[in-house]
Design a binder for this molecule. Sequence first.
Ligand SMILES: Cc1ncc(COP(=O)(O)O)c(C=O)c1O
Length: 234
Amino acid sequence: MTPRSPAFLDRKYLWHPFTQQTEWEKADPIVVRSARGATFTDTKGRTYIDGVSSLWVTAHGHRHPALDRAVRRQLGRMAHTTFLGLTHEPAARLGKALVDIAPSGLERVFYSDNGATSVEVALKMAFQFWAHRGEHRPNYLALAGSYHGDTLGAVSVGGIAAFHKTFRPLLFKSHFAPAPHCYRCPFRKKPSQPELRTGDEPINVRAPRPGDFRAETGCRWECLGGAEKLIKAQ
Ligand SMILES: Cc1ncc(COP(=O)(O)O)c(C=O)c1O
């Protein structure tokens, strides 16, 4: 490892998300050089399957020709302008395309830049909606065990202690209801459906009938009852 190698510079200057530095430094990092489709290749020439699509960012695969072409074409015109007081054609056209495929009632787009900040925007929009009607509504209902990103608003409505407990003093208070999770039912009822795995035939979802798992295990949708109680208390 030379003082100019990416691995050396990485260890000396960078932190990685959700990573214990002491663990990270024990092994030589995989240094990615290029990627195509579902794989990437490191500086030693080894190729790997990017099985998590780089954490879902490259859902269409690396270097998708249509996406790369569109990015290059756009860079030839401009990389960025503020959206404050200005607009431009790609944003306007994308807004229409998104509304066209959104469920009815969702009629406008507000651009954000990643998952966590989109949650911040949604929290603020909900609060502002009521503020404009003269109501102060600072209470958010959140699902236990959820993850929405690492900004403070997103952490405030998140429920994974390992990620969130250190920051508790900085967070606003949320009301947590159990998430409907039949696989690890918090009420110790059996799963009402077998878990779907990739490649499985889709399961026909229908209302429970006498004799179904839910009827047999006595499941009364207790998990949803928790959320209902919180909503009624507001
Ligand atoms: C369900 C969910 N919401 C929000 C986020 C945060 O997205 P981002 O990392 O783009 O801020 C993630 C990221 O893993 C996520 O899984």
